[in-house]
Design a protein around this ligand. Structure first.
Ligand code: NOJ
Ligand code: NOJ
Ligand code: CA
Ligand code: CA
Length: 714
């Protein structure tokens, strides 16, 4: 079989590149397509389904919704799941080394053509859903979708779906005949429409001006009918809908617009995914502009249980390589600051462009910046995601120019060959997949960094200046003594290096525009945890611990100081352990491992143990008057409410859109069917003022959502 032999070629190529590995690393379970909870060894390829390949013209939309010559970028072009299947089968995707596909939201979208300012618009992008339990017929049927999953899996490729529970489609609050009135269907049965919403499925607070997080959550994003997640029908509908797609075998979920949905609902939603029968890796889109930092964004990544696309990384790489408005020193700072602010840095999904940004490549310009940004991303911390066509140097400024039809499938572009050379390293060398990052040599144009995991090391050098070579002296590395050839074989003008016994690298010249990758892989003799997935769960859930040197005989896993042994260890292999979370106190804890011969590993920090299954509850407090600058927070007796610690209190609560000052409200993920005790606190950051009286009490629902409203007690 053609694709199989291509795969073998890739594998034997990467085998020859690993020095001293005792076992072929790709035989390890941590690198397998079955590892749905840790993507550190993967390379994701993002496909706008309509724009990649048309494998079945019979499902193409017709009339004013379709642009057969691909000239009207707001109409459908005909791309579909069969087209993706064809590109897997012909070896284009496997040959590039991609191991996961992120495809457009697969669910049924509105079929209306909407006219804005004289221009026709369609749902080709998949972000105008109407029935989350059906397929978008232009992409294919459920049979086509299952064929995509099975073809992908047979070729060691995971499938990630885009998913947008924030909204349905464009709607007008005054004109029910505009488009499809935001209608939402449950497998063909109408649940409700935006203009006649007796069940309260939607928010009716107008459009957001993006001024605050609260405004962005509870008002419409543009004119998209905004779903009310604090509604039990909606909550159970979305749990059923995602179960349907999970049951079809998807391997991951990219959540759209997570900044625009309540944090608490999303935490309870992903916790139900992790507690279900098909837990998978999840990551959200929280857009950040160039140089934008956001404590809310960091809080979401560290505490929601969902990972995030790494916009801070992407924007910095674009400034350094594409716009040249910042330097390699700035890149080094961003790599350091993100590594310290994000608790689960290996799970951040890195990228250099996407469907919401100008394409990285610039018409008429050198291709080297694109190649260097890809080389950096493929060898850096986080899960790299490559936007379709970036390997073909597609250009396009703004939406929809950045979503043109795939221009071709040339397997000889330098970018394609670069991805093909570096992608297998994520599987074969754990330093690339899981390692720490250390700056070894930097100036405004040159960045040389080392990735290190246990004994495995990768050293990467990039000179972004395409006219000036740089002499490199005083470079120190953890690579063992020896001579290392560039993994890229000089594809980007890289050189070999010689390392002495003290780790000093013999002086060399890094060519203008040069990029080189040198690497060393070795087996671990002591247990070393690389990553844990997911990073949140309730006792009884199974989590995956990836690493090296665990040995072949089961030992002990520790959550804090609680030992897990026996049948609560689901499987134990040298590079992966599956273990059930024990009944320990809820909250953040360390996970560590001891081998059968009692050698202890490093600790994985901040694993978040939940009290129990989660539900979302809206907490509301009336008459909480405050001085300007003082805000109200919620504290209570469970870990999810901070276990009575003010530092862990939830908030600041909101007081503008769904309820107004002096009423404050917040949607919170709390344990289901649990008698809670709670109080509100006022704080201006210095002075903390606890509510008087006795604790409020509330028993949370066992499923669905709840609301509890109390008066502030003086
Ligand atoms: C973010 C998506 O990436 C963007 O393309 C889309 O238009 C909005 N969310 C709304 O779904
Ligand atoms: C409403 C504001 O949102 C809140 O922060 C402030 O404390 C009160 N007004 C009192 O001025
Ligand atoms: Ca088609
Ligand atoms: Ca919303």
């Amino acid at each position: 079989m053609k694709t199989y032999s291509k795969l073998l070629t890739t594998l034997s190529l990467s085998m020859s590149m690993v020095l001293g590995a005792a076992l072929p690393a790709w035989a390890s379970p941590d690198t397998s397509v079955n590892n749905k909870l840790d993507y550190s060894t993967d390379v994701v390829y993002q496909i706008v389904t309509d724009r990649f390949a048309d494998g079945n013209s019979s499902n193409n939309p017709t009339g004013s919704a379709f642009s057969s010559d691909h000239s009207n970028l707001k109409l459908y072009f005909g791309g579909d799941w069969q087209g993706i299947i064809n590109k897997i089968n012909d070896g284009y995707l496997t040959g590039m080394g991609v191991t996961a596909l992120w495809i457009s939201q697969p669910v049924e979208n509105i079929t209306s053509v909407i006219n804005y300012s004289g221009l026709n618009n369609t749902a080709y992008h998949g972000y105008w859903p109407r029935d989350f339990k059906k397929t978008n017929a232009a992409f294919g049927s459920f049979t086509d979708f299952q064929n995509l999953i099975s073809t992908a899996h047979a070729n060691n490729i995971k499938v990630i779906i885009d998913f947008a529970p924030n909204h349905t489609s464009p709607a007008s609050s005054t004109n029910a005949s505009f488009a499809e009135n935001g209608k939402l269907y449950n497998n063909g049965t109408l649940l409700g429409a935006y203009g006649s919403d007796s069940a309260g499925l939607f928010h009716h607070n107008g459009g957001t001006d993006f001024s605050t997080i609260e405004d962005g959550i509870y008002r419409n994003l543009f004119d998209l009918a905004d779903i009310n997640q604090n509604n039990s029908t909606i909550d159970s509908y979305f749990k059923e809908a995602i179960d349907l797609w999970l049951g079809l075998g998807i391997d991951g979920i990219r959540f759209d617009a997570v900044k625009h949905m309540p944090f608490g609902w999303q935490k309870s939603y992903v916790s139900s995914i992790y507690s279900g029968s098909h837990p998978v890796f999840t990551f959200g889109e929280w857009f950040l502009g160039p140089d934008e930092t956001s404590t809310d964004n960091v809080n979401f990544a560290n505490n929601s249980g969902m990972n995030l696309l790494d916009f801070a990384y992407a924007q910095e790489v674009r400034e350094v390589f594409k716009d040249k408005s910042e330097t390699m020193n700035d890149l080094n700072s961003v790599l350091a600051s993100t590594a310290s602010s994000y608790d689960y840095i290996n799970n951040m999904v890195t990228f250099i462009d996407n469907h919401d940004m100008d394409r990285f490549s610039v018409a008429g310009s050198s291709t080297r910046p694109t190649e260097q940004a890809l080389a950096l991303t493929l060898t850096s911390r986080g899960v790299p995601a490559i936007y379709y066509g970036t390997e073909q140097y597609m250009t396009g400024v703004g939406d929809p120019n950045n979503r043109a039809m795939m221009t071709g499938f040339n397997t000889n572009t330098t970018a394609y060959k670069l991805i093909k050379a570096l992608a297998p390293l994520r599987k074969s060398n754990p330093a690339i997949a899981y390692g720490t990052t250390k700056q070894c040599w930097v100036n405004d144009d040159v960045f040389i960094y080392e990735r290190k995991f246990g004994k495995s090391v990768a050293l990467v050098a990039i000179n972004r200046n395409t006219s000036t070579p740089y002499p490199i002296s005083n470079l120190l590395t953890s690579l063992p003594a020896g001579t290392y050839s560039d993994v890229l074989g000089g594809l980007l003008n890289g050189n070999s290096i010689t390392v002495g016994s003290t780790g000093s690298v013999t002086n060399f010249t890094l060519s203008a525009g040069g990029t080189a990758v040198w690497q060393y892989g070795a087996a671990e003799t002591s247990p070393t945890i690389a990553n844990v997935g997911p990073t949140m769960g309730k006792p009884g859930n199974t989590v995956t611990i990836d690493g090296r040197g665990f040995g072949s005989t089961a030992g002990t896993v520790y959550f804090g100081t609680t030992a897990v042994t026996g049948s609560n260890i689901v499987s134990w292999e040298d590079s992966q352990i599956k273990v059930k979370i024990p009944s320990v106190s809820a909250g953040k804890t360390n996970v560590s491992v001891a081998t059968a011969s009692s050698t202890k590993s490093n600790a994985f920090s901040n694993f978040n143990v939940l009290t129990a299954d989660q539900v979302t509850v809206r907490f509301k407090v009336n008459n909480a008057t405050t001085a300007l600058g003082t805000k109200v927070y919620l504290a209570g007796n469970v870990a999810e409410l901070g276990a009575w610690n003010v530092s862990g209190a939830i908030g600041p609560m909101y007081n503008v859109v769904e309820a107004s000052y002096p009423t404050w409200y917040f949607d919170v993920s709390v344990p289901a069917g649990t008698a809670l005790q709670f109080k509100f606190v006022k704080s201006n950051g210095t002075t903390v003022n606890w509510e008087g009286g006795s604790n409020h009490t509330y028993t949370t629902p066992t499923s669905g959502v709840g609301t509890v409203t109390v008066d502030w007690q003086n």
